[in-house]
Design a protein around this ligand. Structure first.
Ligand code: GLY
Length: 401
């Protein structure tokens, strides 16, 4: 009954949408997103069913050679599948998604102690952050605060930043870095901001502000595109070098990096109301939407400077992250942003990106890119493309309410 009421509500919201996409009549738009939600229910529902049938708790990230790749808990993407369950609840009202969300979220409990990379923010906020939002269970607050404590161990006070990767571990250890900070790290700040509110300890908030400010000053070029990696001197302070890891080149604009940036500064503005962060989001927006290599459907190539555009893979994950940020920025009075977000959402809901039910390893969106320089996940589905797409859709519906 509750599910029926929610579906009715979603339909009413879609019908009553007054803010039309520039590219699509209202009725078509309504149909497109209703179909998208239906596809999501079937695809992700089937994904959950297969996992349940296995008798294990599995965490799907992508597909490789036609097979779903399940990841360990300490993988940076482990929070997205649990978080997706909560957005499915938002979009359908079906209680079963809450139950699944709780199950897959609670499985990540030990991640609150993870200190060997910065992604604990992504992981715990996407899972437990959404679990708190939807269930209101205060027991999860301790997990958020403990995870923030773990992330705070990576703060390097002299440089004023949170170190993203260990300088002596894995492939990153081969690069000669001292304190590498990647633009992606802006996404971990939400955990810190929330943890300060939950615990009353302002240390986390101060660390987040310091990191965002250093990133604003050191990660961006004159055209307001950003580097992927900035290596800091954690002993003497200041920048040692600016380089690339997952984009095309040191001086190129890796698409998902630009997406993490606009989303991250939007969150920093949400918690501080510091206009400098809102200005950063606006500058990144201008970079993105005036760039000659931004395709007509607004789903970026994996790097704005990839050498063979238009014959380069797109990155649906970057598009979804950007769209979600734009809906929040629309709420801060940024004109025209919602129209751009609506265009992205319509592109991704179309046949070019939305999977046919029963294909794509039961992920929702096709055509994302993990890391081309590492030869990983090229033109595949990714759990975070689905997560940010569904987040963006809940924001879109809320904005149109
Ligand atoms: N945070 C890693 C990535 O965006 O691929």
């Amino acid at each position: 009954m509750k599910k029926l009421t929610f579906l009715l509500l979603i339909t009413v919201l879609l019908i009553s949408c007054n803010q039309k996409s520039e590219t699509m009549p209202e009725a078509d738009s309504k149909q497109l997103f209703s179909a998208l939600i239906q596809t999501a229910e079937q695809q992700i529902g089937h994904q959950v069913k297969l996992i349940e049938e296995s008798g294990k708790i599995l965490n799907p990230r992508t597909i490789e050679n036609g097979h779903v790749q399940y990841i360990p808990k300490d993988d940076w993407t482990s929070g997205f599948f649990p978080g997706t369950m909560f957005y499915m609840y938002d979009l359908t009202g079906d209680q079963k998604w809450i139950e699944a969300g709780i199950k897959y979220t609670e499985d990540l409990d030990t991640i609150k102690h993870l200190k060997w990379h910065h992604d604990v923010g992504f992981m715990i906020n996407s899972s437990f952050g959404n679990a708190i939002r939807v269930t209101g269970n205060s027991a999860y607050q301790e997990v958020m605060v403990e995870a923030a404590r773990s992330l705070a161990t990576r703060f390097r006070p002299v440089a004023g930043v949170i170190q993203s990767w260990d300088e002596d571990r894995g492939w990153q250890g081969q690069r000669g870095w001292m304190c590498p900070v990647i633009i992606d790290n802006m996404m971990n700040l939400e955990l810190l901001f929330k943890a300060s509110r939950l615990s009353g300890d302002s240390t986390f908030h101060k660390i987040a502000v310091s990191h965002a400010t250093q990133t604003m000053e050191n990660h961006y070029r004159d055209d307001w595109s950003c580097y992927h990696v900035v290596d800091y001197d954690k002993e003497g302070g200041g920048v040692r070098s600016r380089q690339n890891a997952q984009g095309y080149a040191d001086e190129s604009a890796w698409a998902r990096g630009q997406a993490w940036g606009i989303y991250g500064f939007t969150v920093a503005y949400r918690y501080t109301k510091d206009e400098r962060y809102l200005n950063m989001a606006e500058r990144i927006y201008n970079f993105l939407f005036t760039h000659p290599n931004m395709p007509e459907d607004l789903v970026p190539y994996w790097d704005f400077n990839a050498p063979n555009i238009p014959n380069e893979p797109r990155d649906a994950s970057a598009a979804a992250v950007i769209a979600s940020a734009l809906y929040e920025l629309d709420g801060y009075g940024m004109e025209g942003y919602k129209e751009k977000a609506d265009q992205i959402m319509a592109s991704l809901a179309g046949d070019a990106y939305k999977a046919i039910v029963g294909t794509n390893g039961n992920f929702l969106l096709m055509h994302s890119v993990g890391s081309i320089p590492h030869g990983n996940e090229i033109d595949v589905p990714l759990n975070y493309a689905d997560y940010y797409y569904l987040e963006a859709l809940t924001r879109k519906l809320a904005a149109e309410k």
